[in-house]
Write a protein that binds this ligand. Structure first.
Ligand code: 5RP
Length: 294
């Protein structure tokens, strides 16, 4: 009994009314277990927000520009990120083991960019996530994609395993080429991911009604960066996302493909944690980068 009409008519999101936190700073997490809360608290700061640095692109597309040498390009950015999102292969091979940065570890994979991307499987055993000291695992969910159902099953499998050991799951909405990134689609995908158990959701920003996507999702919504944009546009997207209620950003190319990745991640932090507006954040990038504009 699919109710498409009900779906189209869903409008009463009460975007002006914040979701109650029931005494814990991470949205929707107040009733979780102690260990799960501790891990979420490493990722989300006291303001309930996070700046994640995503560099797991190699898991399906090989050595992306800016990620040719993770040891040189990404490791030095660690101090400015609230959490690092990467693969177990890169963490084990290219990161120092003596840091205490929270790790969000890629747990799905399979096809390369040469194939159908939705054809993923679970690609990480939860026992290995524990060995790695993961603060969370991340799984791609292809709502509307060819392998939609399996990708959901990948996620629910990881959620069930994560519940046993106290590791939260980040469900990532993967938008296929033929799907429109509008609030109806993103609202559908984020809500499905949350309802089926993920403790946080990563999705794209959309211009129209993004606050409804956030309000309709009972767990934190973290916005993906996407392709590199000019500095003011990338910071504008960050600002609008936060204004719409997002719990943070998980940016990759918009940070590591910059002329000054360290200046950019600090400018993004300014928007997410320090209340900078777009003009102030652009100025911060310019100042910290020694006058660069890209
Ligand atoms: C792929 C991912 C990537 O980690 C991430 O979204 C890529 O980051 P960016 O788009 O900001 O370069 O989850 O779906």
């Amino acid at each position: 009994m699919a109710d498409l009409e009900g779906n189209l008519n869903a409008k009463n999101f009460h975007t002006e009314t914040p979701t109650p936190d029931y005494g814990f700073h991470v949205k929707g997490a107040s009733h979780l277990d102690f260990g799960m809360k501790r891990r979420l608290s490493r990722i989300f700061q006291a303001d309930g927000r996070t700046v994640m640095l995503a560099f797991d692109h190699g898991y399906f597309q090989g050595p992306t520009r800016g990620l040719e040498r993770v040891d040189l390009n990404i490791v030095p950015l660690g101090p400015w990120a609230d959490a690092l999102m990467g693969t177990r292969g890169i963490f084990r091979s290219s990161f120092p083991a003596d840091g205490n940065m929270p790790l969000v570890v890629r747990a799905s994979g399979g096809p390369s960019i040469l194939r159908e991307l939705s054809d993923e499987h679970v690609a990480l055993d939860m026992a290995d996530a524990v060995r790695l000291d993961s603060s969370a695992v991340a799984v791609q969910v292809f709502v509307g994609g060819e392998h939609e159902s399996r990708s959901i099953q990948n996620m629910t499998t990881l959620v069930d395993q994560g519940m046993k050991v106290g590791i939260p799951v980040l469900g990532v909405t993967a938008v296929g080429k033929n799907l429109v990134r509008d609030s109806r689609y993103l609202g559908l995908a984020t809500r499905m991911i949350a309802e089926l158990g993920a403790q946080m959701v990563k999705t794209y920003y959309c211009e129209q009604d993004f606050e409804e996507v956030v309000a309709g999702c009972p767990v934190p919504v973290i916005v993906a960066g996407g392709k590199k944009l000019p500095v003011p546009e990338a910071l504008d997207m960050a600002y609008r996302s936060i204004q719409a209620g997002a719990a943070g950003l998980d940016m990759g190319r918009n940070i590591f493909q910059r002329q000054s990745p360290s200046a950019m991640i600090q400018a993004v932090r300014g928007v997410v944690h320090d209340g900078l507006n777009v003009a102030e954040a652009v100025e911060q990038y310019r100042e910290l980068s020694g006058g660069l504009t890209d």
